[in-house]
Design a protein around this ligand. Sequence first.
Ligand code: PGA
Length: 248
Amino acid sequence: MGVTRLVVANWKMNGGTEDLDQIDAMAARLFGRDLTGTVAVAPPFTLLGAARPRKGGRLKLAAQDCHQEADGAHTGDISAPMLAALGVDYVIVGHSERRAGHRETDAAVRAKAEAALAAGLTPIVCIGEPEVARDASEAEAFVLDQLDASRPRTSDDFAIAYEPIWAIGTGRAAMPSDIRAMHRAIRGVLGGPQPILYGGSVKPDNAAEIAQVKDVDGALVGGASLRAADFLPIVEAFLAPQAAVTEV
Ligand code: PGA
């Protein structure tokens, strides 16, 4: 079963036109390299149009959200067909910052993922437990419930990003043994070739260790994705063909 590795740069609500040269630097460094897998950059909506001509080869374009409807009276929202028309390849749905800040439910996340698929985009569906669930030894049950209720049912062409909420933006990545256990559980439910990414404080100095964990097929990177100098070593750690897989 071949799983295509995927590393995603999630710029969140950061970046202006002056940062497009970071994408140029990523494209230049990725060109012609012996890597296995795909890299996607998710700048804010405002930069997608300018980023489009910079994609190519293994460098793809991602958006950070989409609406579940194709069009209509939804002021301020962006639909999946609009993203597809802009040349976007992937869309992140259900990030914990949107679940918290915009009260997105599992049902809404599923609807967005299915809307993305209908528009020809590949959704990256985010799941992850809050610290209180981890402390109560309920992390796996929480995440598997979220997976069951959020993942699209219309196609197997999606990716999952496991992002423990307490690890996002904190500098405190999950332990490899905990990542291993959760990814194994997620793989057991999916049973298919969907890449399972880890996200939460992935940095150049911990990327190699996380990349070697079995059933980790890539990363969703926030803070360390804004600068090519930080992001490229992470890409190399996850996509270098010699990356070995270890049981931890
Ligand atoms: P972080 O964010 O790498 O800054 O922890 C990850 C994410 O939220 O996708």
